[in-house]
Design a binder for this molecule. Structure first.
Ligand code: SF4
Length: 308
């Protein structure tokens, strides 16, 4: 019995939780490789044109996993209760995949989160365990262990990022979904290039979650999407310690288009660069824009330092 895990979308948020759960239950799993051109092309070929680049990448990873495992873990998330709802892609992707690969005998492992139907995270794990032949008590124990592992991993990344704040370099806050900024094909080239320019990239998604959700109201009180609220809330948390903000989105992301426009209108005291990635244009154009942005911040900072 082997479970396939696509290295895309929520994998980056929940990898410690999912992998530890399967480790604890001694269930074999395989994670698809880092995104590459071939995976992106597979996703583009199967997706409809209007899909966002992130979901195309996800479809490419699922395609890679077909025939290599017995089940593929595909979460179907509807909402996170009072924390907010999610983009419709997270509600629809399960059915999109079941339909897209209906002739390839795809076997999806159910993982539903829908607070309105009383499907909470713990139930989702118990149900997954049942499908995989595990007793409720075994799955519950594995879930609780996995939760602890996830908490520790989150605390470690928060500490690491806190350490970066002390570096005497320009700090650029990246407001981007983790599945975009951590993706080896579309996100990592950006963080790597920012490091090459002598700046420190600060990841907005690495912020204390509860505080970020609460502080998102300082910029907007009406945002419906939990993941966007977490990102927006990271701006007031980090604002005094950073020199500029990059908004990075995957084309054509509906929630990000709206939220980024709102951030640009309401956050006035930091330089902001809005980057939309479509996976087609290569890195040269993006690097030029990053370079100019960093130059402007440096120029402003030097000018300010001279005058004070
Ligand atoms: S939030 Fe945007 S990038 Fe993420 S899945 Fe939805 S449309 Fe795609």
């Amino acid at each position: 019995m082997k479970v396939g895990i696509p290295r895309a979308l929520l994998y980056y948020k929940y990898k410690h939780l999912w992998e530890s759960f399967f480790d604890e239950l001694e269930i074999d799993y395989i994670v698809s490789p880092a995104t590459n051109k071939e995976i992106i092309l597979k996703g583009i070929n199967h997706a409809i044109d209007e899909s966002c680049l992130s979901s195309k990448i996800y479809i490419g990873h699922v395609e890679w996993l077909l025939d290599k495992c017995d089940y593929i873990l595909v979460p179907r998330i509807s909402d996170y209760g009072s924390d907010g709802t999610v983009c419709t892609k997270f509600q629809a992707i399960y059915d999109i995949l079941a339909n897209t690969f209906r002739n390839r005998n795809i076997n999806l492992l159910d993982y539903n989160i829908d607070s309105q139907a009383a499907d909470f995270e713990m139930n989702a794990f118990v149900k997954m365990g049942k499908i995989l032949g595990k007793r409720k008590s075994q799955s519950l124990y594995a879930y609780l262990v996995a939760k602890q592992v996830q908490k520790k991993a989150q605390a470690m990344e928060l500490n690491e990022q806190e350490g970066l704040m002390n570096e005497n370099k320009l700090k650029i806050l990246l407001i981007a979904h983790r599945y975009n900024i951590c993706d080896s094909y579309i996100g990592e080239p950006i963080t790597n290039f920012l490091c090459k320019l002598g700046t420190v990239p600060i990841i907005g998604d690495i912020a204390p979650k509860k505080e970020a959700l609460a502080r998102s109201a300082e910029i907007s009180e009406t945002l419906p999407w939990a993941f966007n609220k977490e990102l927006v809330g990271s701006i007031p948390i980090f604002k005094d310690k950073i020199d500029g903000i990059i908004l990075m989105s995957a084309f054509p992301c509906g929630p990000d288009s709206l939220v980024n426009e709102m951030i640009i209108r309401r956050v006035k005291d930091k330089p902001i660069l809005n980057l939309m990635i479509d996976g087609q244009e290569g890195n040269a154009g993006i690097e030029t824009r990053l370079e100019s942005f960093v130059d402007i911040i440096r120029f402003k900072k030097d000018d300010f330092d001279e005058r004070n």
